[in-house]
Design a protein around this ligand. Sequence first.
Ligand SMILES: [Zn+2]
Length: 330
Amino acid sequence: MSNFYYPWQETQWQQLMSSHQQSHLGHALLFSGKAGSGKTQFAKNLAKALLCQSLTTEQTPCQQCQSCILFEAGSHPDIVILKADSKAKIKIIKVADIRDCTKWLPITSQTNDYRIIIIENADKMNHAASNALLKTLEEPVKNRFLILTSSHSERLSATIRSRCQQTQFYIQKEQAIPWLSQQDNLNNKPLPSLLSLANGAPLKALEIAQSDLIEQQQQAIKDFSNLITKTVDPISIAHLWFKNTQVPYITWLLSWVIDLVRLFYQPSTKHLYHFELQKNLRLLLHDINLKQLYFLYDALLQSNKLWETPINKQLLLEKILIQCTKLTDK
Ligand SMILES: [Zn+2]
């Protein structure tokens, strides 16, 4: 495995570097894939390779030239990495930042004739920023590259997407599990559960291994089960869940409901989101009213959309959990 890309990124690296060698690399690249698939690190390493003055025969950065040394030290003058301010209350990429970058881009390079801007989570650009970037996308300059990364590329405007050469990062379980099993700090947590909680993204799974999310999930499915059998009060559970802001309860409920519908129609567990929870889910399936399950599914889809808006989240959770208590006819 290369030090510059993960096993699931090998094809993408070879394709992009081959395009670069043939001078066919698009001036604007969009890397999309799940959060935790290593897109941003890949973008940085690709930029490093483009700026390297002496690529290796494997088409990877040499790590020894002046450009690689500057890059490693974080002081390369020909690259800018732009992202939303992580401390800001509303995390957006502002128009002023895009304007500063795009003014900088055409200026003569200080090293090997290339200049690169990486925009991390480009879907965080607000409307004005997005429009400002469009101008640069429409007027390519030789040896100037824009690399956008996004876990939600569908949120980018269609015009922006159409101006970019797009690369998708898909990860197969067969690639992720062997890679994860070689990592340290897994804290003896079960790999299938980690990967499932990470929505299949290995780097996210590593992060989750450092948290108590697996334990939280076990408690949450217990709560869900108790709600269905009406042995707990939905308002109290909503209150507890609301306080636990780092847990994605709505996303979890949605995936459990989808798995329940799948199990209802299809006894095979092959396509479940939560293979590791199949026992719990099968138990829940008894006595469930399918019509009510679909009502809950619709409500969850709606809530998932509203979650990022300034809505009263506790009230939203209460409504959803009350609906969970109506899943059985008993
Ligand atoms: Zn180099």
